[in-house]
Structure formats: structure tokens, C-alpha cells
Design a binder for this molecule. Sequence first.
Ligand SMILES: *[C@@H]1O[C@H](CO)[C@@H](O)[C@H](O)[C@H]1NC(C)=O
Ligand SMILES: *[C@@H]1O[C@H](CO)[C@@H](O)[C@H](O)[C@H]1NC(C)=O
Ligand SMILES: *[C@@H]1O[C@H](CO)[C@@H](O)[C@H](O)[C@H]1NC(C)=O
Ligand SMILES: *[C@@H]1O[C@H](CO)[C@@H](O)[C@H](O)[C@H]1NC(C)=O
Ligand SMILES: *[C@@H]1O[C@H](CO)[C@@H](O)[C@H](O)[C@H]1NC(C)=O
Length: 438
Amino acid sequence: VDHFGFDINKTFKQRYLIADKYWKKDGGSILFYTGNEGDIIWFCNNTGFMWDVAEELKAMLVFAEHRYYGESLPFGANSFKDSRHLNFLTSEQALADFAKLIKHLKQTIPGAENQPVIAVGGSYGGMLAAWFRMKYPHLVVGALAASAPIWQFEDLVPCGIFMEIVTRDFKKSGPNCSESIRRSWNVINRLATTSSGLQWLSEALHLCSPLTDFQDFRMLKDWISETWVNLAMVDYPYECNFLQPLPAWPIKVVCQYFKDPKVSDQLLVQNLFQALNVYYNYSGQVKCLNISETATSSLGSLGWSYQACTEIIMPFCTNGVDDMFEPRSWDLEELSDDCFKEWGVRPRPFWITTLYGGKNISSHRNIIFSNGELDPWSGGGVTKNITDTLVAINIPDGAHHLDLRASNALDPKTVLLARSLEVRYMKQWISDFYTRQG
Ligand SMILES: *[C@@H]1O[C@H](CO)[C@@H](O)[C@H](O)[C@H]1NC(C)=O
Ligand SMILES: *[C@@H]1O[C@H](CO)[C@@H](O)[C@H](O)[C@H]1NC(C)=O
Ligand SMILES: *[C@@H]1O[C@H](CO)[C@@H](O)[C@H](O)[C@H]1NC(C)=O
Ligand SMILES: *[C@@H]1O[C@H](CO)[C@@H](O)[C@H](O)[C@H]1NC(C)=O
Ligand SMILES: *[C@@H]1O[C@H](CO)[C@@H](O)[C@H](O)[C@H]1NC(C)=O
């Protein structure tokens, strides 16, 4: 029993998915997706790359769900009740779950025991893949960490880099686009000074519930900012549905509404509505825009909000000059107070660096860090080669882990190149493993 009175030998059910269609017992491999903050079926369906390379690598595919997400809830419906129940939600515990699962699979699946395992993940899952290889090198021969911002932490990269990349995407997707968005904040602020202005704004943006106070107004601006951020993450070259159903190169479509930065305030807001509608109503099924929602419900926002209050403390800031947002500095104290209010916990901003080495990772081997240059998370990613086995693969036309998505006729050449390099490294790790085995 621990000091909270929990039985520490208690177990919970962890969900995982397995596909063995192309798996070969003779000379095969195991690709192990280190699940991140959401429903594992959703990640599985959005990681077509693993399915595409399974035959070539004779690979069994395993997708492991992260504790506290999807159906892998340690305390069932009570998992998010309070910090006592959430105390077991950490990246270290998630990695330990993956280790246990790999041992279990090797013990129970005949033929799996003497096969090399490669960790694969995207985004936070990519961070976990890299960290898993660092902490459990006896269990995985290498890791493909796609769009993994392992350096988006205190003192490792400038806090403004993320929003600068978002801005760069809008700037290059249409003339006057980022300028118009930069101007929109002042327009919104002006309208929000009167209650009739707030009402007009609510109607012009077709909001589900009218804005009534300052709190709503802050929420509106955060929601708009998050929309631009999400668009930068999913600026994919073809129509698809990751965070939302979207057209090909959605930022270009959005920027069609922001060509003239000198329009009247009213017209700018109407254009803003059209632009938001690209993201929220591409399906044409949406009746009104809801400022409480920005992405698919397959992502576990409760668990993530707790992780973002404890271990995963990522500094972000804007200055309104190098980016198209309102200036906002990084305020750890404010975050800490918000976290205390919401969960009764306070952040540990330097723990991740202590735990995983920050920039001092050159003693590790066999990790691929891939990053799309359109992806704002590339700012906190590893985009330069560290050693000949800690390699960076940059994808100029790629958004958030485009390389992990299924191949598509509209894929840019740069992502095809990245994928073929990734496969080459993975084959090398596999053959090194079998050479060592003799
Ligand atoms: C961008 O804005 C400038 C200044 O208002 C204007 O001269 C230019 O025509 C605009 N570009 C387009 C494509 O409308
Ligand atoms: C969403 O698109 C449909 C079809 O174009 C339209 O009828 C509806 O009004 C749109 N919803 C919003 C909130 O604009
Ligand atoms: C808006 O989203 C929130 C959070 O998902 C939900 O609780 C609420 O019912 C939604 N409102 C409308 C009008 O759809
Ligand atoms: C990395 O290691 C060097 C030399 O051991 C040390 O001076 C530096 O502070 C370390 N950097 C970090 C971020 O830990
Ligand atoms: C890292 O090294 C590999 C192998 O030489 C090369 O293919 C790749 O382009 C390099 N990455 C960067 C970002 O320079």
C-alpha cells in the first residue's frame, strides 16, 4: 500500500491492437507504436505508414494504448476524479507499461521471442518512442520518433519558435494572410468593448452560445488561435480527416479569405468567419461554431490537461512582431496557479530534462527524429544530426508527422524520400540485430 492508501499491486486493463498479416517468424520484426494521448484505434487508423511497410519488414504491428486514455483507464470512471487517482499518469509509467507489454508479447506469442522490436510514434507518441529507446535499449533496437518535440521545454528552445512557424505557414500560403490575421485581434478587441459589439461578433461568427463577458471573449481569442495552430499541424497535401475533416492544403483555402488587409472591421470579421468555417464546417454539417471545441474527441483532453500541469511543461510565447498573434509572455506562475485550481497540482518544469537528458542525448543510439518543416512542433524537435545513429530527417513540405500517414498519390516527393530513408535505417537495425544473434 502506498502513502495514499492505494494497493500498488493492483492491475488495470491496457488495450493494445495487433496485426500479423505480414509477420514472419523467420527473420521478421515487431513495430511497436508507443501510444500517445488518445484512443489507440484512432492513432492506429492514422498511422498508415506502419501498415505500408509491414510486408517489407516482415513485421508484426502492435499499437499500445497509453494509460489514462481511450479504454486504458486505471480507475475506470474515477480515473480523472482527483490528483490522487491521476498520480499514476506519467510518461515514466507509460514507458514501463510498454516494457511490460513487450515482455508479455514475447512470452506468449510463439516466434516473437527472438525478434527485434522497433518503437514508432508521432507527436507525444514520438517523444515516447525516443524516450523508450533511451530508457529501455534492451527491449527495442531503435526508434522512429516522428514530429517529436523533445526539446519544447524550459531553456532548450526559444518559447516563440512555435508560433513563428505557425505564422510562417500562413505567410507563405497567401498574400496578406498573416497580416490580416494579425490585424483581426485589434478588430475583435474593439468590438468587444460594448455589449452590442459582443452580440454582433457572436452572430457574425455564428457562435453556438453568445459571448457575454470578458471570460467568453478570452476564450474566443484562444479558440481562434488554437484553430490557426491546428491548421498548421494538419496542413496536409490532400483532403483528409485527422483533427477535423479538411480540404487539401487547408491553409491556402483559409488564406483566400484574407487577401485584403485593409477591409472594414465588419468585413474582416465576416471573412474570419468564412476562414474558421474551412476548419470547422468542411463537412457542411455544422449548425454553429462552438468555442469549447477545437479538435476530434479521440484525443483525451482531460488526461493531457493533467500531464500539461505536471511533467509536460512546454513554454510558449508570442510577441506580435515575429508572429501574427497578440503578444503574450510565458507565465509559469499563472500556469501553476491554474493547474493548482484545476487539479491541485503544480508543474515541475525541469523534471523532463532531468529525466531524459534535454540536449545531452548523444550517448544514445539508433533514433530517427523526423520533422515536417510546416509543423510548428518542429521548433522543439531534433532537426540536425547529432551522431551517425541519432539522425534527423527533415521534410520541407510536411506538416505534423505526415511521414507516418498512409502513402497517398498527392504525397510530395520530400515525404517519399523521408519514408524510404526511415525504412533503410529500420532494415539496418533489424539486420544488425540478426547479425549479433549469429
Ligand atoms: C495586399 O495588401 C496590399 C496593401 O493593402 C495591397 O496593395 C495588395 O494588393 C494586397 N494583395 C492582394 C493580393 O490583394
Ligand atoms: C455549414 O455549411 C453548411 C453547408 O454549406 C451551411 O448550410 C451551414 O450554415 C454552415 N454552418 C455554419 C455554422 O456556417
Ligand atoms: C460545445 O462543446 C462543449 C464541449 O464539448 C459541449 O459540452 C457543448 O454541449 C457544446 N455546445 C453545443 C451547443 O453544441
Ligand atoms: C550537457 O553536458 C555538458 C557537459 O557535461 C554540461 O556542461 C551541460 O550543462 C549539459 N547540458 C544540459 C542541458 O544538461
Ligand atoms: C543526417 O544524416 C543522414 C545520413 O547522412 C542524411 O541523410 C540526412 O539528410 C541528415 N540530416 C540532416 C538534417 O542533415
